[in-house]
Every structure is written in structure tokens, then in C-alpha cells.
Design a protein around this ligand. Structure first.
Ligand code: ZN
Length: 166
């Protein structure tokens, strides 16, 4: 087991496009194990591979003690109904800022699981939010890209104050 350092904004790995996984081999299984260990150690409810510097389309999520490993995940449907809520991120000034992000309340996700099986399911509420957050990561986006510029500036200004930089 290995707990790996989580890349923090503005690390370039968080902005880069990640690559589809074409085979589930020992290397990928090791990556998944390390991602799970790192997520639980943080602690967080989700982690994307590029948050530990690996540019692959793999995410792990655990909301309500239900661990999910998703390889090449895609959101195939978003509900029109959205909800705005505060989100923080292990890669964006963790524990120091959270910003309001609007997300669809319900989504449908298609992916391959760690056993190589195709899965498709509907998610709602916090799970839907966590999945949209992690899918953003593997598409090179972070919460600061998902909020208004005013909110972003306020969050970063608050941060400067907390860090005593004036
Ligand atoms: Zn995040």
C-alpha cells in the first residue's frame, strides 16, 4: 500500500488531458490501490488519477461507505435540475477554501469497473456531486473553473488573509 502526495493547484497535472485506459493490468491495479489508500488517508470522498500525477481516466469515489472504482467514466445524462452547494477539493487549498458550484442533481454514468466489466448507473445527491467533481478532474478542470469569477476572487482573497499575507 502506498499513500501518495496529492498534487495541488496550480500543478500542471491538474490541467492536463488524461488518457483512456486500454487494459487492466498489474500496473493499473497498483494505481487503483494507491488511489484508494490516498483517498482514505486524506481523507476525501473521491480522487482522480491526475491528482496523484497519473494522466489516466481513472477515479475512485466513496460516498456513504460504498467504494466505486471507475475506469474511463463518462456522464451520459445530466438532469436539468441543478443544485448549488459548497465544494472543497483536496487539490485546491485543501481545508482552506470552498466555493459554490452548481451541479446536476442526478446523472447517469457509464464506466468500466476494476474487474473489466461495463457498468452504467444513476447517481443523485452527494454521490452525483462527487462524481461530477472527479470527472471534472480527469477533464482538466478544478472547482475554481466552475464558479463565478467574483466567488473565485472572494475565496482567494479570504485565503490570502488566512495565510497572513495581507
Ligand atoms: Zn477535487
Amino acid at each position: 500500500m502506498a499513500i501518495l502526495p496529492i498534487r495541488v493547484y496550480p500543478d500542471p497535472a491538474l490541467k492536463e488531458k488524461t488518457h483512456a485506459v486500454d487494459s487492466i493490468d498489474d500496473e493499473l491495479r497498483k494505481l487503483i490501490k494507491n488511489m484508494i489508500d490516498t483517498m482514505y488517508a486524506a481523507p476525501g470522498v473521491g480522487l482522480a488519477a491526475n491528482q496523484i500525477g497519473v494522466l489516466k481516466r481513472v477515479v475512485v469515489v466513496d460516498v456513504d461507505e460504498d467504494l466505486m472504482v471507475l475506469i474511463n467514466p463518462e456522464i451520459t445524462w445530466y438532469s436539468e435540475e441543478q443544485e448549488e452547494n459548497e465544494e472543497g477539493c483536496l487539490s485546491v487549498y485543501p481545508d482552506k477554501i470552498s466555493v459554490n458550484v452548481s451541479r446536476s442533481l442526478r446523472i447517469i454514468v457509464k464506466a468500466v469497473n476494476e474487474h473489466g466489466e461495463d457498468v452504467e448507473f444513476e447517481a443523485e445527491g452527494l454521490l452525483a456531486r462527487a462524481l461530477q467533481h472527479e470527472l471534472d478532474h480527469i477533464n482538466g478542470m478544478v472547482i475554481l473553473d466552475r464558479t463565478s469569477s467574483e466567488e473565485r476572487q472572494n475565496a482567494l482573497r479570504g485565503l490570502t488573509k488566512q495565510m497572513g499575507m495581507g
